[in-house]
Design a protein around this ligand. Structure first.
Ligand code: DGL
Length: 280
């Protein structure tokens, strides 16, 4: 067991959110928007990113260390914001701790299964997430009639991190990746990687308006809210002035992380601290 949590979970305890790096900020941002009273402790594994090209064993080991770290903050729930970690490690993490753990795949899969009309769903993600076939697994659990087409798009992560969100280079690469999904005539596309919501307008323009884009970050925040309400854990009070509502930790490059975070999260200047994740 990672840590027995015998304490009664507190409404005003923070939510733990983790990712392989900066991408999970798209999930943290949705949580901030949808649940403005919640506190967040975020960990980005910037020293060991990317997870999308690593093995299940490695990603699971990293994820367990991060869960141990987050539990030192008495978090009331943990959100695995990283698609790759959700695909590879969620089930093991759920068994290792007694606080609720939510991944981003199931909420995204559920929405895609509901919104498709022609039963052709595309998933774009890292090589690891596509290789795991976990999106297909979760979608098929809900709707056996659909066909899922997975496409790994490994160049999107560095393009987003370079800030090329609206750029001819990103357009060109997106066209190359997406043409086969357009030709297959999918009507729903899951943005199955933390970074992709940041190039949503490029992806939407290339796919055309007949294709519904599903953002698992948004769906996950909705599911988290429903879960917290159901368990009576939604924080009814806004944190007091001076209370540290959002805390960010990384395994390397806190300054670079902070710059990226400030470019996508507009809640004042965020600070980030580097910690040694290997000790957990
Ligand atoms: N956060 C990862 C994901 O959503 C993308 C970056 C990586 O490969 O670590 O799959």
């Amino acid at each position: 067991m990672i840590q027995e949590n015998k304490n009664i979970l507190q409404k005003n305890a923070p939510i733990g959110v983790f990712d392989s790096g900066v991408g999970g900020l798209t999930v943290a941002r949705e949580i901030m928007r949808q649940m403005p009273n919640e506190k967040i402790v975020y960990f980005g594994d910037t020293a060991r990113v990317p997870y999308g090209s690593k093995s299940k064993e490695t990603v699971t080991r990293f994820s367990k260390q991060i869960v141990r770290f987050l539990q030192t903050y008495q978090v009331k729930t943990i959100v695995v914001a990283c698609n790759t970690a959700s695909a590879f490690a969620l089930e093991e993490l759920e068994q290792e701790t007694d606080i609720p753990v939510i991944g981003v795949l199931k909420p995204g899969a559920k929405t895609a299964a509901e919104v498709t009309r022609n039963g052709k769903i595309g998933v774009i993600a890292t090589e690891a997430t596509i290789g795991s076939k976990m999106y297909s697994y979760y979608i098929k659990e809900l709707n056996k009639q659909v066909t899922i087409y997975g496409k790994a798009c490994p160049l999107f992560v560095p393009l987003v991190e370079e800030g090329l969100w609206e750029d001819p280079v990103t357009d060109e690469i997106a066209k190359r990746y997406l043409t086969e999904l357009i030709d297959i005539d999918i009507d729903t596309l899951i943005l199955g990687c933390t970074h992709y919501p940041l190039i949503r307008s490029t992806l939407g323009r290339i796919m055309g308006e007949k294709v519904t884009l599903v953002n698992p970050a948004y769906e996950t925040a909705m599911e988290l809210k429903a879960l917290l309400m159901e368990k009576g854990l939604l924080n009814g009070e806004h944190p007091k002035l001076g209370e540290n509502q959002y805390q960010f930790y990384v395994s390397d490059g806190a300054e670079k992380f902070k710059r990226f975070a400030n470019s996508i999260i507009k809640y004042g200047i965020l600070s980030a601290k580097t910690i040694n994740i290997e000790q957990y």
